[in-house]
Design a protein around this ligand. Structure first.
Ligand SMILES: Cc1cc2nc3c(=O)[nH]c(=O)nc-3n(C[C@H](O)[C@H](O)[C@H](O)COP(=O)(O)O)c2cc1C
Length: 232
């Protein structure tokens, strides 16, 4: 809570500074909950790709829950370092965890518009940059303008070498995207349980989106998953 307040004060003071310039550290997300109101069977039977959203913000609790479901730690281990905090909600070939998750926020309570990176090891977000990125995101997604009606988007990338260094071509051509599928399905399912819709988007311009997000050279973009309150 102290971290959250500190983060909010800094954000209010710093306008639209670039994170690297602003020295802003990270925002600890609220703890996820481990008991929901609907059964896994009901969630599975209702899962659909959703492209229409209510014009309501998502809460920071929603974001915490979705990111935890996607790639949160379920069994803590301090080492080895590549575990980045421990075993996670999604399986990963060799427990090498090649995925990186970002949140692009434009209608999230208590979170200024911008791009944030998710850190599973302490269930935190670190600011990449401020700004409303929804137009740029939609343009990079080959003009899929419906995504702008969401409240934000989870964007997946992967550092392929984490897996291919050990598993070679098989790791590169199969395992990384298998890992992605496991994690992304968790976002779909957790979303249904919370009344939040999403849709996996694979159609986008890699160069444009990487540039928009100021993404490190060694990361390859994989999915955009807009997230927003499902219409009744
Ligand atoms: C690899 C992959 C890429 C996809 N890319 C897009 C996309 O760019 N835009 C879109 O609207 N839906 C996209 N989808 C969602 C599919 O259209 C959707 O899953 C399919 O129509 C089946 O519908 P359902 O998910 O509601 O069962 C993609 C799905 C997958 C698995």
């Amino acid at each position: 809570m102290k971290n959250l307040i500190y983060f909010m004060i800094i954000i209010l003071l710093s306008g639209s500074l670039h994170a690297q310039d602003s020295g802003i550290e990270s925002i600890l997300l609220p703890s996820p909950v481990f008991k929901g109101k609907v059964s896994i069977e009901e969630v599975l039977s209702k899962r659909r790709s959703v492209r229409h959203y209510e014009d309501n913000p998502l809460s920071i609790d929603d974001i915490s829950q979705l990111l935890w479901a996607a790639y949160g730690v379920t069994k803590s281990h301090d080492s080895p370092a590549f575990l980045r905090g421990g075993l996670k909600t999604a399986p990963s070939a060799g427990a090498l965890y090649p995925l990186e998750l970002y949140l692009i926020a434009w209608n999230i309570d208590q979170l200024k518009n911008g791009i944030y990176k998710y850190f599973p090891e302490d269930h935190s977000l670190k600011l990449v940059m401020f700004g409303d990125k929804r137009d740029g995101l939609s343009a990079a997604a080959l003009g899929q303008s419906w995504l702008k009606d969401a409240a934000g988007a989870i964007v997946y990338s992967a550092v392929f070498s984490r897996t291919s260094d050990k598993y070679g071509t098989r790791g590169e051509e199969r395992y990384v995207c298998m890992d992605l599928g496991h994690s992304a399905q968790n976002v779909y399912l957790q979303g249904v349980a919370l009344g939040i819709g999403t849709c996996a988007i694979g159609a986008f311009n890699d160069t444009e989106l990487k540039e928009l997000m100021n993404m490190p050279e060694d990361e390859t973009l994989l999915y955009i998953m807009p997230i927003g309150k499902m219409e009744e």
